[in-house]
Design a protein around this ligand. Sequence first.
Ligand code: PMV
Length: 346
Amino acid sequence: NAIDSGKVKWSSPSNIALVKYWGKREHQIPENPSISFTLSNCKTVTEVTFTKKESDSYSFEVYFEGEKNEAFKPKIQTFFERIEVYVPFIKDYHFKIETSNTFPHSSGIASSASGMSAIALCLMSVEEKLTEIMMSKDYFNKKASFLARLGSGSACRSIEGELVVWGQNKSTESSDLYGIKFDGEVHPNFKNYQDTILLVDKGEKQVSSTVGHQLMYGHPFAHQRFEQAHENLANLKAILASGDQKAFINIIESEALTLHAMMMTSMPYFILMKPNTLQIINKIWNYRNENDSNICFTLDAGANVHVLYPEIEKESVLEFIKNDLAAYCQNGHFITDHAGNGAELI
Ligand code: PMV
């Protein structure tokens, strides 16, 4: 490689799954397909400075929010080991990785999706610079998503937006190896969908998603669950086209509760929801009934609640959140976000 040094910078968002990925095989291959809304405000901004060095082992340093960070290094080391065969130049350069999140750290928001996709995109830009070949956008995005998947499975759904599918299935164009922009029709009811994240518990989760995925091996309901995800995705595809909001809600909330039901029925079993998670879910159900609203909730692998609602309800739902739901959040803290178009080169 003729180039001695350079700099690249990307911002990459988080995403929220509608049909959940829970259970994987070797090499981060998902056991079932998933689909997510890419978010917009919750993102990671990462700058990578690369400098030529002797080609022996990996060399990188990490700065998080301006300060040297050692905690992320093992994860990045593992990531580099997994992707080296696909980006062999990573041994020829020293990387300074400077990263920050737009959302408060230790908010319980999974930053692995935005963080890993941002590094993957930076490495793709480095590859483009070193080879001096302009890649097609399609190839660039697919390979970035492929690399991101090897960092954190769900990270492969953060490259594009507003809806991304990951995992082979019969209903949509897709792959187990990377995420693809959802190819189906989307009714205006589901455009620019809103997601307000209620920060119920900002602490470190007791069970990591890595362990959670592993517990799907030998899980008594694993087979049925993986089948159900295929069915839910097929049904959701039709619903997204028709604009049927009640049917949308049924799938989205069932998916969230099923994800947590898998945790509660694994061995060992565990519960990531907190009392306030349940308080909020009940409040959402009451509000929906009383106001003929299309608000619903979904959950990640944690206690926080994602409140999903159509754009036309934005004003009234935000009032409801401020007046009624914020009380169940840690320090009254919530983050308003909405579906977005994916990562951006800076
Ligand atoms: O990407 P991981 O390995 O942290 O798994 C995330 C899994 C869920 O967030 C619970 C669901 C999903 O599809 O994003």
